[in-house]
Design a protein. Structure first.
Length: 453
C-alpha cells in the first residue's frame, strides 16, 4: 500500500504542472483523484490516436515498397530488352561495317590518304602568312577532317575539289607579292587598319616595318624591335612601289630570324649588362678621349705657330719658341753660362704647358683594362653565387654574371686601346715641339759661344 501510494503521489506531481495551466488546483483529495483520473483517460486517448497513425503509416510504407518492387521488375524487363537490342545492333553494325569495307575496297585507302592530306593542309594553312589575307580557311578543313575521322559520312566531290582549290591557292599565293588592307596591332597595343605587303610566304611589311603573324589568333602585330635601318628602308620602298622591282630584305626562314632578332640586345642593353663598373669605364674613356682631342688640337696649333716662328727672325710671344728667343735677346749681354741657364729656365716654363694632361691620359689607358678585370671578377662572383643558390639547371640564372664579366672586359679593352694610341700621338707631338725648343736653344748658345771666342 505504501508503494502504491508513493507511485500515485509521483504521478500526481508529474501531471500537476500540466493541469495547473488549465485547471485550478484541487481543494481536497477527492478532487485530486478526479483530476488524475481525467489525465489518465486523456493519455489513453492520445496513445490510441498515435497507434492509429503508426498503423496508417505502416500500411502506406508497405504500399510504397510494393510500388518500388513493381518498378524494379519493370526496369529489369526494360534492361533485358535494351541489352538484347544493343547486342542485335552491335552485330548489325559489324555486318554493315564489313559490307562498307567490301564495297569501298581501294577507296578506303584513298579516304585515309585524304584524311592525312586534310590534316597536313590545315596545319600548313594555319601557319602560313597567306592566312592573314585569307582568314578562316581552316574551318572547312577541320569539319572535313572530323567527318573523315568519324566515318559518319563519305566526302563529297565538292569537298574534295575545295580541298584541291585550297592547295592550289596556297601554291599560287606564295609566289606573289600582294598589297592588301589588314588590321595591325601597333606597338602601343592599338588596332589600326593599314595597307600591308605580303612577300610570298616569307614576310609581311607595313609602313612601320616588318610585321609578325600569330597563327593562334590570326593577328598581325608590329615587331617589338625592328631590324637595322637598311632593312626597314627596303620595306618602305616595297610598300611605296607601284610596279617594277625593288631591293628587299627577305627572311628565308619565314620569320624565325626576325623572331630571334628580338632577343638580341641593343648597344645600350649591352652596356647596361656591364653594371656600375661598365659605366665607370665608359666615363673614363670619354674623359680620356676629350683630353686627348683637346691636347691634339692645342699642340697642333702650337706646332703651326712654332713652324711659322722658325721662318721668321722676329720673335713672337704667342708661341713657345718665340718666348725662348725673346729670353735670348734679353740676355744679349750676358755670359754664356747665364744665357744657358736662362734658356733652360724658359724651356722649363714651357714644358708644363706642352705636357699638360699627358700623365692623366696615360693613367686612364692603364686603369681601364684593370677596371675591366674588376668587372670580370665581380661578374664571376655573381655567377658562382647563382650556381650555389640554384644549381646549374637553368643557364639563364647565370647569364647576368657572365654578361657582366664579358662586357666589362670588352669595355676596358675598347677604352684602353684607343686611349693608348691617342696618348702616344699626343706625347709624340709634345716631344716634337720640345725637341725644336732644345734644338734652337742649343743653336743660340753655340752661336753666342762662337761670337765670344
Amino acid at each position: 500500500m505504501m508503494k502504491r501510494f508513493l507511485f500515485t503521489l509521483l504521478m500526481v506531481l508529474l501531471v500537476l504542472p500540466a493541469l495547473s495551466q488549465e485547471q485550478s488546483p484541487a481543494e481536497n483529495l477527492d478532487e485530486l483523484l478526479k483530476m488524475v483520473e481525467d489525465g489518465r483517460t486523456t493519455d489513453q486517448n492520445l496513445h490510441r490516436q498515435r497507434e492509429a497513425e503508426f498503423r496508417a503509416a505502416r500500411d502506406q510504407q508497405k504500399q510504397m515498397l510494393a510500388d518500388a518492387k513493381r518498378q524494379l521488375r519493370e526496369a529489369e524487363k526494360n534492361s533485358e530488352k535494351m541489352e538484347t537490342t544493343y547486342n542485335s545492333n552491335d552485330l548489325l553494325i559489324v555486318d554493315v561495317t564489313e559490307q562498307l569495307d567490301r564495297r569501298l575496297g581501294s577507296m578506303k585507302e584513298l579516304f585515309g590518304v585524304l584524311q592525312q592530306v586534310t590534316g597536313d593542309t590545315k596545319g600548313m594553312l594555319d601557319n602560313s602568312l597567306t592566312s592573314a589575307q585569307f582568314p578562316r580557311r581552316g574551318d572547312f578543313l577541320l569539319e572535313l577532317n572530323g567527318k573523315l575521322a568519324s566515318n559518319s559520312a563519305l566526302p563529297t566531290i565538292e569537298e574534295i575539289e575545295k580541298l584541291w582549290f585550297l592547295l592550289q591557292q596556297e601554291m599560287t599565293e606564295t609566289g606573289k607579292v600582294v598589297k592588301f588592307p589588314a588590321k595591325i596591332i601597333a606597338a602601343d597595343g592599338k588596332e589600326v587598319l593599314e595597307d600591308v605587303v605580303r612577300v610570298g610566304g616569307f614576310n609581311i611589311v607595313s609602313a612601320a616595318g616588318y610585321l609578325q603573324f600569330t597563327p593562334e589568333t590570326g593577328n598581325l602585330s608590329e615587331l617589338g624591335r625592328q631590324p637595322q635601318g637598311r632593312f626597314t628602308n627596303t620595306a618602305a620602298a616595297l610598300l611605296n612601289a607601284k610596279s617594277g622591282s625593288v631591293v628587299f630584305g627577305v627572311d628565308p626562314t619565314r620569320g624565325q630570324i626576325l623572331a630571334t632578332y628580338l632577343d638580341r640586345p641593343s648597344l645600350g642593353e649591352r652596356v647596361a649588362q656591364g653594371g656600375l663598373v661598365g659605366y665607370v669605364i665608359i666615363g673614363l674613356g670619354i674623359i680620356g678621349l676629350l683630353l686627348s682631342l683637346e691636347r691634339l688640337i692645342s699642340l697642333s696649333i702650337i706646332s703651326s705657330k712654332v713652324s711659322s716662328q722658325l721662318k721668321n727672325d722676329t720673335p713672337n710671344s704667342n708661341n713657345p719658341l718665340g718666348r725662348v728667343l725673346l729670353v735670348a735677346e734679353e740676355q744679349d749681354t750676358s755670359d754664356i753660362e747665364t744665357l744657358e741657364l736662362k734658356l733652360g729656365e724658359a724651356m722649363f716654363r714651357e714644358i708644363p704647358k706642352l705636357t699638360r694632361s699627358l700623365m692623366f691620359i696615360k693613367i686612364i689607358s692603364v686603369v681601364a683594362p684593370l677596371l675591366g678585370l674588376l668587372g670580370t671578377v665581380t661578374g664571376m662572383i655573381v655567377t658562382f653565387q647563382a650556381i650555389t643558390l640554384f644549381g646549374t639547371g637553368d643557364p639563364k640564372l647565370m647569364a647576368g654574371g657572365i654578361s657582366q664579366a664579358l662586357v666589362t672586359t670588352v669595355l676596358g679593352l675598347t677604352v684602353a686601346i684607343p686611349v693608348v694610341l691617342l696618348h702616344t700621338l699626343v706625347a709624340g707631338r709634345s716631344k716634337g715641339i720640345l725637341h725644336v725648343l732644345q734644338e734652337q736653344s742649343a743653336g743660340i748658345v753655340a752661336t753666342r759661344s762662337g761670337q765670344g771666342s
